[in-house]
Design a protein around this ligand. Structure first.
Ligand SMILES: [Zn+2]
Length: 108
């Protein structure tokens, strides 16, 4: 599996589409599809059906839909949008910003 430069809970900037310029948190990464789910980005109306056993009403809810990973950029605290590179440290690979060299830590 190719390792992606964007992880869950990263802060990313949206580069294309209606939500361009938004800086939001990554909710989910789909490595096999190469897409990410970003908070409040590409909101769609989704019909929610009422579930049996639960007293939730069916209706329409706003929900994020995945966007291509190439349409977002990881945010670097120093330069804005980071160009992600990797640095080996022991057994782990650290993500670094290629422009300023600062580490891009993975949030838990
Ligand atoms: Zn940087």
């Amino acid at each position: 599996m190719p390792s992606l430069s964007i992880h869950r809970n990263d802060t990313v900037k949206v580069l294309t589409g209606a939500d361009r310029g938004k800086t939001q948190r990554v909710l989910r990464v789909f490595p096999d599809k190469g897409t990410v789910l970003v908070e409040h980005v590409r909101m769609i109306k989704k019909t929610v059906s009422s579930k049996t056993g639960k007293r939730t009403k069916g209706g329409i809810a706003d929900q994020e839909s995945p966007i291509n990973i190439s349409n977002v950029a990881l945010v670097c605290a120093t330069c804005g949008t980071a160009r992600v590179g990797f640095k080996k440290e022991g057994t782990s690979r650290l993500r670094v910003c290629k422009r300023c060299g600062s580490e891009l830590p993975t949030k838990k």
